[in-house]
Design a binder for this molecule. Structure first.
Ligand SMILES: O=C(O)CCC(=O)C(=O)O
Length: 252
């Protein structure tokens, strides 16, 4: 019998070593087109500098189904545990000259290491937050790809929204040149950014962030921890989706 762990063995190794994994073709053309249109509508009337809108599962079934994407959510559960939940779900649009272009780790540096100290190679970096980016366009260098410094999730060093980034252990940044329908899953602690879009076409990405259950969600920028997924969405969801959305009967 193939267990999920053996099914994802290669991807788990890559996530712990490099800090990210690119899943190819996890959405079909119909899904990418519908998600892209949904995000486009969410940005209607918004200034070009606005780059995120959410929570997107409030905007229809196509977004709700993405919360428990069969491959991606199974992988996420494998890493964060079967009780993990959603942290946020933002649609992203980056127009010409825009992008989340400062180097950062998501939310906070979770595992700071003293200067010069290194985790033994046999110890995997603990993972608390995973970011899943679904690309809805073919991403070229011109369009502003996601960029990461492979392995830097193990650095334990704050980079504080830097304009420029150096190397980590001799490894500089790489661009993720993905195709529409691919999904990049990465440890929130990897040094990353979205390079500025240099083209005239907006780039659309659906971001879904998952967390270990004990971490506070980040669904909105104002009420944050007080946010609750609307009851009617939870009621029409399957048990996995409901739990991912924070409706969990499990106390410990
Ligand atoms: O736009 C991108 O490709 C990266 C977005 C980003 O930095 C993030 O999701 O934290």
């Amino acid at each position: 019998m193939t267990t999920i762990a053996t099914h994802f063995a290669k991807e788990l190794e890559q996530l712990h070593r490099d800090g990210y994994v690119l899943f190819k073709n996890v959405l079909d053309r119909g899904q990418t087109a519908a998600l892209k249109e949904g995000i486009r509508l969410a940005f209607e009337g918004k200034d070009d500098h606005v780059m995120m809108q959410g929570p997107m599962f409030e905007r229809g079934e196509i977004f709700e189904t993405l919360v428990d994407h069969p491959v991606i959510s199974a992988f996420i559960e494998e890493v964060l545990g079967p009780d993990c939940q959603l942290s946020s779900m933002n649609g992203m649009r980056t127009t010409r000259n825009n992008g989340v272009s400062k180097w950062h780790v998501d939310e906070a540096l979770f595992f700071p290491l003293p200067e010069g100290a290194e985790l033994d190679a046999s110890i995997p970096m603990p993972v608390f937050l995973l970011n899943a980016l679904y690309y809805l366009d073919d991403v070229t260098e011109d369009q502003g790809p996601t960029q990461v410094v492979p392995g830097s999730h193990r650095a334990g060093r704050a980079i504080r929204f830097a304009e420029e980034i150096g190397e980590y252990k001799g490894q500089g940044p790489v661009s993720i040149l993905a195709e529409a329908g691919d999904c990049l899953v990465f440890n929130s602690q990897i040094w990353h950014r979205g390079a500025r879009n240099q083209s005239d076409d907006p780039r659309y990405v659906q971001q879904v962030i998952y967390r270990k259950k004990f971490i506070v969600p980040h669904m909105t920028y104002d009420i944050n921890g007080a946010y609750r997924v609307p009851e009617e969405i939870a009621q029409r969801s399957n048990p996995r989706r409901r739990r991912l959305m924070g409706y969990s009967e499990q106390v410990f």
